[in-house]
Design a protein around this ligand. Structure first.
Ligand SMILES: [Zn+2]
Ligand SMILES: [Zn+2]
Length: 141
């Protein structure tokens, strides 16, 4: 069981399945959205995800292209984002309290990475999109 929350604590949730695989996206939109090198997270089906608090304090942003993310309306922290397919969430790894034994297995959009982004670890590096998104509705951009 992994619990996650935003900085102000208003939005909290739990993931009831074991989290092992993480995906790290280095695309330019993830750089802009995070103000950092990338965004790291994982997918979880709705059956293994539960909001504890603050579900209605979330703002969703969606570009016309379909790129979307969600954040706490009070503190701006990135929070889980429901994909358009409606059957799973993208959960930001850094928001989970006490996440252990999970690894970044795939880096995506490595071709777009910032010049100063020095990718390490054993994760496989993909130039662009990688079909971790089994559902065609889950287009990242
Ligand atoms: Zn918050
Ligand atoms: Zn991205």
């Amino acid at each position: 069981m992994n619990k996650g929350k935003c900085i102000c604590g208003k939005v909290s949730y739990e993931v009831t399945e074991k989290v092992e695989k993480l995906y790290q996206c280095h695309c330019t939109m993830c750089q802009q959205q995070t103000g950092s090198s990338s965004q790291t997270g994982f997918f979880v089906g709705t059956e293994s995800f539960k909001w504890i608090s603050g579900e209605f304090s979330i703002t969703n942003f969606c570009k016309e292209s379909g790129y979307s993310y969600s954040f706490c309306s009070k503190c701006g922290s990135t929070v889980p984002n429901m994909f358009r397919s409606g059957n799973k969430f993208w959960v930001p790894a850094g928001a989970l309290v006490n996440l252990k034994n999970a690894k970044v297995e795939d880096h995506i959009f490595v071709a777009d990475k910032a010049d100063w982004d020095d990718i390490g670890g054993e994760g496989v590096q993909h130039e662009g999109f990688y079909p971790v998104f089994a559902d065609p509705l889950d287009l990242h951009i």
